[in-house]
Design a binder for this molecule. Sequence first.
Ligand code: KIV
Ligand code: ZN
Length: 532
Amino acid sequence: MSANGPASDGSRVHIFDTTLRDGEQSPGISLNTQEKVEIAQQLARLGVDVIEAGFPITSPGDFDAVRSIARGVEGPVVCGLSRTHKADIDAAWNAIRDAERARIHTFISTSDIHIVHQLQTTHEDVKGQARAAVALAKSYCEDVEFSPMDATRADVEFTAEVCAIAVEEGATVINIPDTVGYTTPEEYRRYFERLYELVPELRDVSTSVHCHDDLGLAVANSYAGVLAGARQVECAVNGIGERAGNCSLEEIVMLLRTRRDVHGLDTQVDSRELARTSRMVSRFTGYGVQPNKAVVGRNAFAHESGIHQDGVLKERTTYEIMDARDVGLESNQIVLGKHSGRHALRDALEQLGFRIDGNALNQAFTRFKEIADKKKSVTALDLEAIASDQVREGSERYELLSFEIEAGTQREPRARVRVALPSGAQADGEDGGDGPVDAIFSAICKATGVEAELRQYTVSAVTEGEDALGEVTVVLRAHDRLASGQGVATDILEASARAYVRALSNALEGAAVREAESVTAEAATEPARPGP
Ligand code: KIV
Ligand code: ZN
């Protein structure tokens, strides 16, 4: 029986989170292992059923991150993605085999567009590959998911044949991807109904939806699939993913919960963790959340019109269909001040789900004191920002040691920076620029000797109020790749410098991984041993 098999309560919809796999495939996102583990821990706290931790064959970095999550994160099933090749499946199994509960997810396209143009093969070969892949995966691992990629543009009869083979070989979950976000709710529902007719054995396994948002229908299509009988939704926090992204986790979870009256279905997600998870993913990926984003956007519970404000003050439900507290907004009461000690900080961080000890706690405490000296009170949102900042610090290749800036209306800005290099040596850089931020960035490039092209620069405030912490996101191109970095400080120039140095570190990290890939993929392709 699969981890989400039909024997479990039929009204339960399983949440399969693919933030760290499909989500991480978004351009410019480059999460390191530590950040991925941190997100996976938060997903476990959120109560997702499955974490798709990555695509282990694609790089030693991905392999390592999936293995670390499998070894360190308790609760959810940990899943690794693979194509149908033996080396892929071996890599996926080697990466996840130490998980409490492991799943291999293997896929091959069933649409003619993909079979003819991309795979350049035949329908018979696709069937053979699907059979061999599921059989091999099953020889390693009890829980095996199979996806006929681009199913919604494929002939349903052929997809049904391939799914029947996968079930015959022991697949426990059959996922029907709308890979290019092309289907509509009604069409997707009919597709499922036809599949159930053609392959009655699908009723004995779990079926799953995986919808992309190219036409803005990912949540609606996922919901239609669930109403048609699917009991697993593949989704990503903040809806990140390839191109327009995936079905947004927080939206499908709150749709199922809020309208339970009409469908009688629900998930086991602790919705009060949604806002925090959204913030964490946004911070680590550099993908901001639009203010009017459903469920977790800054304005999702804000009322501007006088009539609405009047109504909500009299009775919240006049204009609110959800309670902000149920999604974790407006629920954090933690407030620390400059007299708070190390224990108070550690307790507060623990309440927020960060386990920081030893040197990392000392560093976080130093940052906290610096910030508490400048801000009257340090709230849960501030602490989250500081702790996330600390998580990234440990894995940096470059480190900002200090900066000085001269600027004014009558003079060209001039910045001087000192940076620690990956070798441990320190380097100074000095330059001017169009403005102070530009000068700092140029000085950092001089110090590191890296040529970088700035692609995006955003500043936001962590909380409201004049003394709010500033949070900066930088996306740049360096070492031939796009990378992002974030920085938090009371001073936005300092936050900018930190963000820029991090983005450079991430670009260098990505370049190193690429180099390692070309030299060896040994760990990932080591022949797999059978599972327990
Ligand atoms: O979109 C897609 O088809 C996928 C598969 C790998 C499931 O991401
Ligand atoms: Zn996808």
